[in-house]
Write a protein that binds this ligand. Structure first.
Ligand SMILES: C[S@@+](CC[C@H](N)C(=O)[O-])C[C@H]1O[C@@H](n2cnc3c(N)ncnc32)[C@H](O)[C@@H]1O
Length: 275
């Protein structure tokens, strides 16, 4: 970092911005030490001081091997969701399908499905992806991210869960991945202020079966078996209070084997249900 840039970082830190974020903003906005870019940096720093997430201000964010475009129309992809992708890759390797058909329900920025396609491509596996979201804005951004990373074997479907997905796919999907909204309405009020900047419909779900925020997971778990191939697998992210509900729901839906994994922080987070 040049002296000029170090001075700018120090200035932003004096404004009250965390040093790591200040460095990130300077690297993002100050092109080659050009003083003409400083006003844009300062405007970005003011947005950060107003509480806007850094990811939306810089407009992109790393997720596994991808750099994904993000803006306030989509959820910012989270580290625990990167773990879900790792679990999915292990399941696909165990399945050994030559060209797996994958469905990403509630694709948002495209994070899960596109990371899977990309990492499978690196391993020489030509997978296909059906990316579903009820938000048209999400589909626009997911499509942009697919083009950015030259991932072409994707169809984007505007649908509430399975409602408008091509019925001819029933019984042919090898892997369904989903990180649906799973926060209960009451719980949401007490959470991190960053969430208030993200789309409410990406985070909060109605209660179901007496479990806060469980309604979307309940739909996905009960309907997934219809769409999965005979050896297919459903992998869902969920809240740390929902382990019993997802495991019971998957057993009731007829999955032969159900496992629930902790995330790296030690919280119940990822359900793996095998037909
Ligand atoms: C928690 S975000 C996950 C986004 C992305 N998969 C990720 O992990 O970063 C949930 C996504 O589900 C979508 N969603 C919410 N309700 C839906 C529904 N009924 N049908 C399809 N998608 C839905 C939201 O628009 C949002 O993109």
């Amino acid at each position: 970092m040049t002296d000029v840039n170090s001075d700018l970082v120090a200035e932003l830190v004096a404004w009250g911005i965390d040093r790591r974020e200040a460095r990130w903003l300077v690297e993002e906005f100050v092109v080659g030490g050009d003083p003409d870019t400083v006003p844009a940096l300062k405007a970005a720093a003011r947005r950060r001081l107003d509480g806007e997430p850094l990811q939306y201000i810089i407009g992109h964010w790393p997720f596994r091997s991808l750099d994904l475009d993000v803006d306030p129309r989509v959820l910012i992809p989270r580290p625990e969701t990167e773990e879900l992708v790792g679990v999915a890759l292990i399941e696909l390797a165990k399945m050994g399908v030559v060209a797996p058909a994958i469905m990403d329900l509630g694709c948002g920025s495209g994070a899960i499905g596109l990371a899977l396609l990309s990492e499978l491509r690196e391993r020489g596996v030509a997978a296909t992806l059906v990316a579903v979201d009820e938000s048209l804005d999400s589909l626009v951004i997911a499509r942009r991210n697919a083009l950015k990373h030259q991932l072409h074997a994707v169809s984007f479907v505007h649908s509430s869960w399975f409602d408008d997905v091509d019925p001819s796919l029933k019984g042919h999907i090898d892997l369904i991945v989903a990180n649906p909204p799973y926060v209960g309405g009451e719980e949401f009020a007490g959470l991190d202020a960053v969430l208030a900047h993200e789309p409410h419909g990406a985070i909060v779900a109605p209660d179901a079966h007496g479990v806060a925020g469980f309604a979307d997971l309940a739909i996905i778990i009960s309907e997934a078996p219809l769409w999965l191939s005979p050896a297919g697998v459903l992998i869902c992210e969920h809240a740390n209070t929902q382990r019993d509900a997802v495991v019971t729901g998957a057993r009731e839906a007829g999955f032969a084997s159900v496992e629930d994994l902790d995330d790296l922080a030690g919280h119940p987070r990822i359900m793996v249900a095998r037909r």
